[in-house]
Design a binder for this molecule. Structure first.
Ligand SMILES: [Zn+2]
Length: 264
């Protein structure tokens, strides 16, 4: 399957260091070519339709924003290995939560990345979510919940705190400096998507209601599954599953180990 995120991109324009417009041509379904006359600053401007609330897409409205970098952030072809800074212009009162490290400037909404892979492997939740924090072995973990409905958040964080050392025991330690769970109770849909030091999860708010205890148990199962992926898939994976060629789909016959092993 090809997700074809580029179909949501519109109004692509480019300017040079003096603000003068540069010619832009769409080259194929996901690439634009800018004719740059000389070395110097280059700014690319574009609009992205972001109103699809799933664990792999982006959703922005007046209440919150969920950014999955692969669906909103272009990369300069041939420069994916270069570091950079991401600056988010946040509405008053909003905060951004992500596995990315804050930029040295310390400005709110500013983050740094060492390459494009790291940038898009760190989804970002923005808004005013409910946040629980705890430390395991001196490493901070955050559980960020948007649209919290029936969940018992403090119990979830407490149970997650017990779950983390269990996985750490299997792999002899925690492989990251910080870990963030971005959980949304959405109108519909559900599931999870793993990342190196974070995970995005969604629960259907109006799903046929099991008991509160069953619902809690389901979230813990999702927590445990996506967390185990921090090792099995994100650090130990079939060669087709990273580093990625973002222009192509990736085929593998090894999900029996990547997903089956994780569930087991
Ligand atoms: Zn999985």
């Amino acid at each position: 399957m090809i997700r074809e995120f580029a179909r949501q991109v519109d109004d692509v324009a480019a300017t040079d260091g003096s603000g003068a417009a540069l010619p832009v041509a769409k080259r194929d379904k996901l690439a634009w070519r800018v004719l740059v006359p000389a070395a110097g600053p280059l700014a690319i401007h574009y609009t992205v339709y972001a109103h699809e609330l799933t664990v792999r897409t982006s959703h922005l409205d007046t209440e919150h924003g969920l950014l999955n970098g692969t669906s909103v952030l272009m990369y300069p072809v041939g420069h994916q290995g270069e570091p950079g800074t991401l600056a988010l212009a946040l509405p008053e009162g909003w905060q951004a939560y992500t596995g990315l490290s804050p930029a040295p400037s310390g400005a709110p909404g500013w983050f740094q990345f060492s390459n494009y892979d790291e940038l898009v492997d760190c989804p970002i939740e923005m808004g005013t979510p409910a946040v629980q924090r705890f430390a395991v072995g001196g490493i901070w973990h955050e559980v960020v919940v948007t649209g919290a409905g029936s969940l018992n958040l403090s119990q979830l964080a407490a149970d997650r705190e017990r779950l983390v050392p269990q996985a750490a025991q299997v792999f002899r330690g925690l492989p990251y400096g910080r870990y963030v769970v971005l959980l949304t109770e959405a109108d519909r849909g559900g599931g999870g998507l793993e990342h190196r030091n974070s995970a995005v999860m969604m629960l259907p708010r109006f799903a046929p209601a099991p008991t509160a205890a069953e619902r809690h148990q389901r979230v813990l199962h999702l927590f445990a599954h996506e967390f185990f992926h921090a090792w099995n898939i994100k650090r130990l994976h079939p060669d087709r599953l990273g580093p990625f060629d973002y222009t192509r789909e990736a085929y593998t016959d090894n999900l029996w180990l990547a997903e089956g092993g994780t569930d087991y």
